[in-house]
Design a protein. Structure first.
Length: 167
């Protein structure tokens, strides 16, 4: 069994290939562990709601990351039976570990995948660019170009970003 401080050093090590979300979840779990064993005692075992409050992540993100951390060998979970969880309020027990070896090519980034019908980047109004209104209150883009249907109903002509009714 690894001690808490060894797991923390492994997470902060340059060789650790976890994304910031995975690191944040492990470091948060470490706050509940026993320092000698990196096991969370049953009376301190956090619920998903506790983890949600402590990390600021969404519940679904936490479950995805707990599954991924378990696959990679960072976390071992001992889940109670459903009956025990409901009747006796039994919680999942956690043991944090250092994986036996770094997993080659396992940059564990959560990736957003585009649906098959949408192949390019999103187009539309860019909230990061400021448009200066003209005297009439319209944007600087000219209407001399044809309307190009974008995937979200906005013109995909470069720097246009107007919706179909405004063209």
């Amino acid at each position: 069994m690894a001690e808490r401080w060894a797991v923390e050093r492994a997470v902060r090590d340059a060789e650790c290939r976890l994304s910031p979300s995975g690191r944040h979840l492990i470091l948060t779990l470490l706050t509940w562990t026993d320092t000698a064993t990196a096991v969370i005692p049953p009376q301190f075992s956090p619920s998903l709601t506790d983890l949600e409050r402590a990390t600021g992540m969404a519940r679904s993100t936490i479950t995805v990351w707990l599954n991924r951390l378990e696959e990679l060998g960072w976390v071992t979970r001992f889940r109670p039976r459903v009956d025990d969880a409901r009747r006796k309020r039994a919680r999942t027990a956690y043991r944090l570990r250092i994986p036996p070896r770094p997993v080659a090519g396992s940059t564990t980034e959560l990736e957003l995948v585009r649906q098959p019908d949408r192949t390019g980047p999103t187009t539309g109004p860019d909230s990061n660019t400021k448009r200066r209104p003209t005297a009439r209150g319209s944007s600087n883009t000219s209407q001399s170009h044809p309307y190009l249907q974008g995937p979200n109903g906005y013109c995909s002509f470069p720097n246009c970003g107007r919706s179909a009714p405004l063209h």
